[in-house]
Design a protein around this ligand. Structure first.
Ligand code: MN
Length: 720
């Protein structure tokens, strides 16, 4: 990771800008040197007598730049840091003109993050903060913006002493919630620990003081103790031919306090106040190193953990032990191979994940951050490459946008304001009419970008459009929102089916002259769970009017006496040819139709009409050829075998020539006997009455419906 290369104290009273610049511009190109000097002069000119925490403002921006220099950041970042607070006084164009577009974008990015910070102070939930963190990372197209912001925040925290108590608390809280975890995720431990310690100092001043006291040795002392251990360990390991990378892991007040809180233990029980990490080549060397340590110092009982043999759930592998070192001080040791370390750094068990008890199982995000940490470690890489890769790889699948209330929404890439509306609430989606992004009206097909402030314009009437469902129209990117729209239309369609079903049912009842109908009973009779379901089925045509008529058979006919009993037993194979009587018929030998099969007739030269099955291969071929000799035929209705009942019907219509003939034709085609008829005309109207002999209600209903469809017929119904 980055290391301290520059130790000039910018806040000391003896600080000399010239010296600092001299130091900073070493090893940079002439152009870069000049740009840095220009930036300092320009910032000085702009800020003039402005102060920050009782010091010239220039000191603040130089300190921020200095922190970044210590992290090994490039010249553009240092210039942007020096200019990070000038945006109120100069416009971006001026910055671009003087220092190029990269610096301008960095300065602009830092300014934008300020707006997010302000939002965070309004809303304070854990989930919200988590999303804000992601949003900050996603918004900063260039990760260096986040680094400048962190350095800025670090100097803010360092100079909080003279602020009001309220301001201290708020800044400390925000830092602990937002910026320290960001630093942690980016692997910048130097900033992370300092932010945490400073926050604790203001949030829990008493605890902080007590802890500081408990750490009776100063940080420097602890570090020199660790240094002593490291040297001695390296020597011991070299004796048995192990080349190890031994490093100290000095702990900080916040992390010790956090551990005490988490484990509910006292300070004395925390062993890892001093900690050492040993990296070796092989697993065998891990255990050999452990042997060396246990030989040299007395191990603490119950403090040895073998996560190499038993890796943690997240695949973290390491040996952990604690021993009593020189001066009877306990220190903790982690031993692992370079490969394990690398693996741990890479996310599945990356260091921050292991150290903090994150209960979020967002593996995808963690993986990306792990990748980011790896990227940050390749300091030598060309900056342009790094930024390009950052832009293209990280967060490519999520966008983070804001509601007007300042709530951060985490949405998939490519979503529109309409998706956003459905994400907030289904009803808001249905009522959505338009949208504003950052206070400007945009089309509903606008693609949201991270950091957009989204406001939905809605009416109070639900009115989704069918166009929203068309993928090529680009209204909705999420399948979830599309399914909401589909559901709405289905509901509407059902509504329409119910209306249509109801009017169809009412028409059937009117025709059959059924005045009282128990809809619930009818639904049950037709096997529907509810009246609505029945009506939908009728409306969609899944239940025919004939099926409905059948259910009234009993009710209508039981009171009537049949006019004919079963008296004769005529041949059941009698065949009726549509429109033509008395033709000679013969059953075809090729397919042998049986009564009730679906049949078709073929007019032969000599044998009259030959009856084939409708799907007989010969018949099919003739149908395909459009053979003119094919005629419609049907098995004769053995009417006279069934009982028939006398029924009176009335037909009201506008008169026209041939109407009576047409009505009679419909009736006789249904093989119904007409036993009486009577017709009265007045003005242009005609009322016709018929007495029919019907076999069942199905037959009647079908007949009534056919009469109803004749031209000029207004109304037809069964008379009681
Ligand atoms: Mn600042």
């Amino acid at each position: 990771m980055v290391s301290t290369t520059n130790s000039i104290n910018t806040t000391s009273p003896n600080f000399d800008l010239g010296n600092w610049l001299e130091n900073i511009i070493q090893n940079r190109s002439e152009a870069e040197k000049q740009a840095l000097i220009d930036a300092c002069n320009w910032a000085e000119e702009i800020h003039q007598t402005r102060t920050y925490a009782d010091k010239p403002y220039l000191i603040h921006v130089i300190t921020v730049a200095n922190i970044l220099a210590q992290l090994g950041m490039d010249t553009d970042v240092l210039i942007a840091a020096i200019l990070h607070d000038v945006i109120d006084n100069v416009d971006l164009y001026e910055i671009e003109k003087r220092f190029g577009s990269t610096v301008m974008k960095l300065v602009d990015g830092v300014a934008k993050m300020k707006f997010i910070e302000e939002l965070n102070s309004q809303i304070d939930t854990h989930k919200q903060t988590e999303r804000l963190r992601k949003m900050l990372l996603a918004m900063a197209e260039d990760i260096r913006v986040v680094l400048i912001k962190l350095a800025d925040r670090l100097d803010n925290m360092r100079t909080l002493r003279n602020q009001s108590k309220e301001k201290q608390q708020r800044a400390a809280h925000e830092t602990l919630e937002l910026f320290a975890p960001l630093a942690n995720r980016l692997g910048i431990w130097q900033i992370k620990w300092e932010l945490e310690d400073l926050s604790l100092r203001y949030l829990e001043p008493e605890t902080y003081q007590r802890m500081a006291k408990l750490l009776d040795e100063r940080r420097l002392d602890r570090e020199s103790y660790i240094q002593q251990i490291m040297t001695s360990l390296s020597d011991e390991l070299l004796k048995i031919n192990i080349k190890a990378d031994v490093s100290g892991r000095p702990k900080h007040i916040y992390s010790i306090w956090h551990k005490m809180q988490r484990k509910g233990v006292e300070f004395e029980e925390i062993f890892d106040v001093r900690a050492v990490r040993i990296l070796v080549k092989t697993v065998t060397e891990c255990y050999m190193a452990l042997g060396v340590i246990h030989n040299k110092w007395q191990p603490m009982r119950n403090e040895f953990d073998d996560y190499i043999a038993n890796p943690k759930n997240n695949n973290y592998q390491s040996l952990h032990t604690a021993v009593i070192g020189p001066e009877q001080k306990i220190f903790e040791v982690h031993i692992r191979t370079f490969e394990m370390h690398h693996h741990a750094e890479l996310g599945v068990a990356s260091h921050w994940r292991y150290q903090e008890d994150f209960n979020k199982q967002d593996a995808n995000f963690e993986q990306k951050i792990a990748w980011l940490r790896r990227m940050l470690q390749w300091k030598d890489e060309d900056a342009g490459d790094f930024i390009d890769r950052f832009k293209s790889e990280i967060f490519e699948d999520r966008v983070y946008v804001l509601s007007p209330q300042g709530e951060v929404m985490d949405l998939p890439q490519g979503v529109t304001p309409l998706d956003f509306a459905y994400y907030i609430h289904t009803e808001l989606g249905h009522c959505c009419r338009g949208a504003k992004i950052n206070n400007r009206i945009v089309p509903l097909t606008y693609i949201l970008k991270s950091g957009d402030l989204v406001e939905i314009l809605s009416s109070n009437i639900e009115k989704p459009s069918r166009d929203w469902l068309l993928p090529q129209a680009g209204y909705l990117a999420t399948s979830k929102a599309r399914s909401r729209v589909r559901q709405w239309f289905k509901k509407q369609d059902n509504h329409q089916h119910i209306n249509e079903g109801r009017s169809l049912l009412e028409r059937v009842l009117r025709r059959l002259n059924i005045r009282v109908c128990n809809y619930e009973q009818l639904s049950k009779d037709l096997n529907f769970k509810s009246i609505d379901k029945l009506l939908i089925a009728i409306g969609k045509g899944e239940v025919t009017t004939i099926q409905i008529a059948n259910t009234f058979q009993e009710q209508v006919l039981s009171a009537k006496k049949p006019v004919k009993a079963i008296t004769e037993n005529k041949s059941a194979t009698e065949i009726h040819v549509d429109g033509v009587g008395g033709l000679l018929t013969k059953l075809a030998g090729c397919c042998n139709p049986k009564p009730h099969d679906r049949i078709i007739g073929y007019i032969s030269q000599e044998r009259g009409v030959v009856i084939h099955l409708r799907d007989c291969p010969n018949a099919l071929r003739w149908q395909d050829e459009g053979n003119k000799r094919l005629i419609e035929v049907d098995w004769s209705q053995p009417n006279n075998l069934k009982p028939s009942y006398p029924i009176n019907i009335q037909v009201n219509s506008f008169d026209r020539p041939g109407l009576l003939f047409d009505v009679c034709n419909v009736i006789t085609r249904e093989h119904i006997n007409i036993t009486a008829t009577d017709s009265k005309s007045h003005n242009n109207h005609v009322d016709m009455n018929f007495t029919l002999e019907i076999n069942d209600l199905e037959q009647l209903s079908r007949t009534l419906s056919k009469i109803d469809n004749l031209t000029n017929v207004m109304k037809v119904w069964r008379k009681s």
